[in-house]
Ligand binder design. Structure first.
Ligand code: PGA
Length: 235
């Protein structure tokens, strides 16, 4: 069983989501499907598909205009939330410290955080990929996490939305480091997803790499014609 998570980013409407849920409901798959959608769609009736948000406040409640708390997300029935996505790190200034606080809020409200880590092109070129990944995991995961209530997503930031993917060897090296780091943190077995430019034509290959427990899919999760081949590419 693999975890196939979609990240709709700021795309789609409720009507699009209802259609996607309908199309996915006809699939026979053992894989776990999660759709991380804009806040406005979180309360959509989703059947056996799990719903997640794409960000959460680091605060429990209060005077934070425009923010949405973990309690509010949980109140919609959503079960997951992406935290520390590359775009939130880039455009909103999220740091590992912020991501840890947001993830702690998620856990305190019964949500599973999907914690994203990954290197930028500058960091890759400076030979810092492993350092960024390891510090990302160590500093972004809250101390009260357990292996069954967090998901890590390795997303090389230079490859997101770019049609680029690392080699199998690079993915294997990154995922093996994350698995080792999680074991050292007492989180042995927490699932680790790969994300960035996943599509139907590369999903099975990527998910056959050692320590890859699923994928986090952006652009190719928006239409069922693109998303279904990813889901059905592996058992
Ligand atoms: P992409 O996005 O699949 O469009 O590269 C992945 C992500 O941002 O999670």
């Amino acid at each position: 069983m693999k975890i196939i998570a979609g990240n709709w980013k700021m795309n789609g409407t409720k009507e699009n989501l209802i259609k996607m849920i309908h199309d996915l409901s006809e699939l026979s798959t053992e894989n776990k499907i999660i759709l991380c959608v804009p806040f406005t769609m979180l309360d959509t009736d989703s059947g056996k598909i799990s719903i997640g948000a794409q960000d959460v406040s680091q605060h429990a409640h209060g005077a934070y205009t425009g923010e949405v708390s973990a309690k509010m997300i949980a109140d919609t029935g959503a079960k997951y939330v992406i935290v520390g996505h590359s775009e939130c790190r880039q455009y909103h200034g999220d740091t590992n410290d912020t991501v840890r606080k947001k993830s702690a809020q998620a856990l305190a409200n019964g949500l599973t955080p999907i914690i994203c880590v990954g290197e930028t092109m500058d960091e890759k070129q400076a030979g810092k990929t492993m350092e960024i990944i390891e510090s990302g995991v160590r500093e972004s995961v809250p101390t009260d996490a357990s292996a069954d209530n967090i998901i890590i997503a390795y997303e090389p930031r230079w490859a997101i939305g770019a049609g680029l993917t690392p080699t199998r060897e690079e993915i294997a090296t990154a995922h093996t480091l994350i698995a080792k780091t999680l074991t050292e943190m007492g989180l042995d077995g927490a699932p680790v997803l790969y994300g960035a430019s996943v599509k139907g034509s590369n999903a099975a290959d990527i998910m056959s790499v050692t320590n890859v427990n699923g994928v986090l899919v952006g652009g190719a999760s928006l239409k069922s014609d693109d998303f279904i081949p990813i889901i059905t590419s592996v058992k």
